[in-house]
Design a protein around this ligand. Structure first.
Ligand code: FAD
Ligand code: DHB
Length: 419
């Protein structure tokens, strides 16, 4: 019998190899890294994005849901606004629920601005599609091992991809590799300082196939702990419950989650919580962290690689977007004029904005959550603060301004220089 001829193997087209050199090497393909790559591409600056995970993982990772107007504008400017403008939900306010009462904070009346509900997963999908269609290289499964030579003219990213080690030599390296990334380690310990604070609670976050019970977000303070009622679309709810640190989501069957959401959102006014199938559950720890400075030589840190906020107030994704929007502007100026002034002032400008957001996120978190060690006195202080927001327009305006996003110009060096 004649041997059967070997079947020709059909191979998937090999991914284009990443170049060995680039102008801006970006570690991390989360929202910060992807947005930076798009903004640089529009200014004619080449970059390479190295992302340790695969595309499906990055596109599925459930995280933030609220875009400030400035973040939405930047996404539009870089061509990623089309689906966002079709599917995103414009929100003009939030509800604060406490002590059996509900108070609506009206954003346009207080600030002239609003926010957009459009999930981080969708932002990331849109940016990846654009980057792969006409942008520079984006390499999935490329895990940065270390960044060398931050204080030289040509820093190098050493990374693993396809079972081998590679190097990418850059003019600048931007670490957009999140809280657990490696780029931060390129800055010597003596040149950086980290400020941090922990919280004695976490969030249990769930997705549910049920229309949101309110057409705006509800932030609920209760003696049983905080609860947040958000959404992903007109048919999908995103809900959060304050839980003790170390909570196992398996200890929270669906009925227990719905009962607790119900109990924490009780109000004297009209309200009925619609229940439905829960499709995802996870526990998110909370911390506040800032690393200073955000630049050392030719290595820069942006987004969660440089700072973390607790999620109450939805600042994390928006801060990351502001960091890279300003950074892209600084690189464009350097390319067009040779001037390094924006790049030199970038870290200090970002840090002013970051510390404002740190304070706001801390304020929202500690005002709305119940610390297991808090006294009845502490609870009365929280209620007094929430009452102040409900009754004094300037107190509500302070919340609304921070929530909808302070204009970037507010943090330009001239804005804080002595008169
Ligand atoms: P990330 O999104 O963390 O992206 C970093 C990227 O770098 C990732 O894709 C990672 O895979 C990649 N990476 C890491 N290490 C390496 C390496 N060595 N080499 C190559 N690539 C690497 N904010 C809110 O406002 N509201 C929320 O509800 C909310 N929920 C959150 C839930 C979770 C579980 C987390 C972790 C964050 C949440 N945040 C939330 C914060 C918000 O999602 C982040 O601020 C935002 O993702 C920051 O974007 P980033 O691009 O800086 O970092
Ligand atoms: C969402 C998350 C937040 O932290 C927040 O303050 C508001 C909304 C969300 O995931 O929808």
């Amino acid at each position: 019998m004649r041997p059967t001829p070997p079947v020709p193997l059909t191979r998937a087209p090999a991914p284009a190899p990443a170049p060995a050199t680039t102008t801006v090497g970006i570690v991390g393909g989360g929202p910060a890294g992807l947005l930076l790559a798009r903004l640089l591409h529009r200014s004619g600056i080449d970059s390479v994005v190295l992302e340790s995970r695969d595309r499906a993982y990055v596109e599925r990772r459930q995280r933030a849901g609220i875009l400030e107007q400035g973040t939405a504008d930047t996404l539009r400017e870089c061509g990623a606004g089309e689906r966002m403008d079709r599917q995103g939900l414009v929100h003009h306010g939030i509800h604060l629920r406490y002590d059996g009462r509900s108070h609506r904070v009206d954003f346009p009346a207080l600030t002239g601005r609003s926010v957009l509900v459009y999930a981080q997963t969708e932002v990331v999908k849109d940016l990846i599609a654009l980057q792969l269609a006409d942008g520079g290289p984006l390499v999935f499964g490329a895990r940065a091992l270390a960044v060398h030579g931050a204080d030289t003219a040509r820093p190098v990213i050493r990374y693993a991809h396809g079972g081998r080690e590679h190097t990418l030599t850059c003019d600048y390296v931007v670490g957009c590799d999140g809280f657990h990334g490696v780029t931060r380690d390129a800055v010597p310990g003596r040149a950086r300082r980290t400020y941090e604070r922990g919280y004695p609670y976490s969030w249990l976050g769930v997705l549910a196939d049920v229309p949101p019970s309110c057409d705006e977000l509800v932030y609920a303070h209760s003696a049983r702990g905080f609860a947040l009622f958000s959404m992903r679309s007109p048919t999908v709810s995103r809900l959060y419950l304050q839980v003790p640190n170390g909570t196992d989501p398996a200890d929270w069957p669906d009925e227990r989650i719905w009962d607790e959401l119900d109990a924490r959102s009780a109000t004297d006014g009209p309200w009925e919580l619609a229940r439905g199938p829960i499709t995802a559950k996870s526990v998110l720890p909370m911390r506040s962290v800032v690393t200073e400075p955000m630049r050392y030589g030719r290595v820069l840190l942006a987004g969660d690689a440089a700072h973390i906020v607790p999620p109450t107030g939805a600042k994390g994704l928006n801060l990351a977007a502001s960091d890279v929007t300003e950074l892209a502007r600084a690189f464009a100026r350097l390319k067009d004029t040779g001037a390094t002034d924006l790049l030199d002032g970038w870290s200090a400008g970002c840090l002013r904005r970051v510390w404002r957001a740190e304070h706001f996120s801390y304020f929202m978190t500690t005002t709305l959550h119940t610390d297991p060690a808090q006294s009845a006195f502490d609870t009365r202080l929280q209620i007094a603060q929430l009452d102040r927001i409900a009754s004094a327009p300037h107190a509500a305006a302070e919340l609304a301004e921070n929530y909808t996003g302070l204009p970037l110009a507010r943090f330009a060096p001239a804005a804080v220089a002595p008169a």
